[in-house]
Design a protein around this ligand. Structure first.
Ligand code: ADP
Ligand code: MG
Length: 242
């Protein structure tokens, strides 16, 4: 129980910090980028100095990307709440991860329902799935198979992400979602799953994880489905090798 308390306090703290970072760091960051951009257009700045400025721009872009990946979720007031097609959003996420999958020689198999709708902010949904699927690919540095499967019942839409990667121990699984918990050294932030799990809560979903060391991991995420009479669930199967 005490561990649980500490974990939720840590999550709360990280959420507050996220909000602060996204609000208070993003604007000056954008301003700094703008001024550096102006400097690159100044023809009197050449040679080494121009190179320094370009490097600074690239680094600031990287910082912007991190903020976008991890901290945008902390602005619920800006979020839209609309029904959206799960398949469409899932496909976008998978597409954006193809370069990473290719780099790790990961085969991507998708089995996705065509017409499943859930209600909420589609941007948050994408961010949630992106962080989970990215972890799956990163768990297979020497290749493997990633399967993204979605199915629906009348009440819920269920998304299963499985990998044939390194897997996790029971203790590791318990720590998932704890801010800054990462086994990736300086390549990880340990914030991805914290964000994903808070989005799952925000979208009124639930999740569970099956994992075995050396065999792989399966993430099952379920969301209440939004259904209208005009929509009849169909299912397509597609296999994409990447
Ligand atoms: P990060 O990816 O920056 O390390 P995350 O919050 O996304 O942070 O993940 C936390 C940790 O959970 C990872 O460092 C890894 O140890 C573990 N993990 C998450 N997903 C998987 C997976 N599919 N397979 C193995 N380990 C995983
Ligand atoms: Mg991650």
């Amino acid at each position: 129980f005490r561990n649980q308390m500490m974990k939720s306090q840590k999550i709360e703290l990280a959420n507050h910090m996220s909000a602060a970072i996204s609000h208070e760091v993003r604007n000056p960051l954008t301003a700094a980028l703008g001024f550096l951009q102006l400097a690159t257009e100044d023809i009197s700045i050449q040679g080494k100095t121009k190179g320094y400025i370009e490097t600074a721009i690239n680094e600031l872009h990287e910082a912007e990307r991190v903020i976008k990946d991890y901290f945008t979720f902390a602005q619920p007031s800006l979020n839209e709440v609309n029904p959206f097609c799960v398949n469409e959003e899932l496909k976008k996420v998978i597409k954006s991860l193809h370069p990473l999958a290719n780099m790790n020689s990961v085969e991507v198999v998708t089995v996705i329902n065509t017409e499943c709708f859930i209600i909420g902010d589609r941007g948050l949904f994408r961010q949630c799935l992106l962080n989970i699927i990215k972890n799956s690919i990163e768990a297979m540095p020497n290749g493997g198979k990633l399967t993204v499967h979605s199915s629906n019942t009348k009440d819920e839409i269920r998304i299963r992400i499985s990998d044939s990667g390194i897997g996790m121990s029971v203790e590791q699984v318990q720590r998932l979602g704890e801010p800054y918990y990462s086994t990736k050294g300086n390549k990880g932030t340990g914030l991805g799953l914290m964000v994903s799990l808070s989005i799952i809560r925000a979208l009124k979903g639930n999740f569970h994880i099956n994992s075995r060391i050396g065999l792989g991991t399966e993430f099952v995420v379920a969301f209440p489905s939004y259904f209208s009479d005009n929509l009849s669930p169909k299912s397509i199967h597609e296999v994409a090798s990447g």
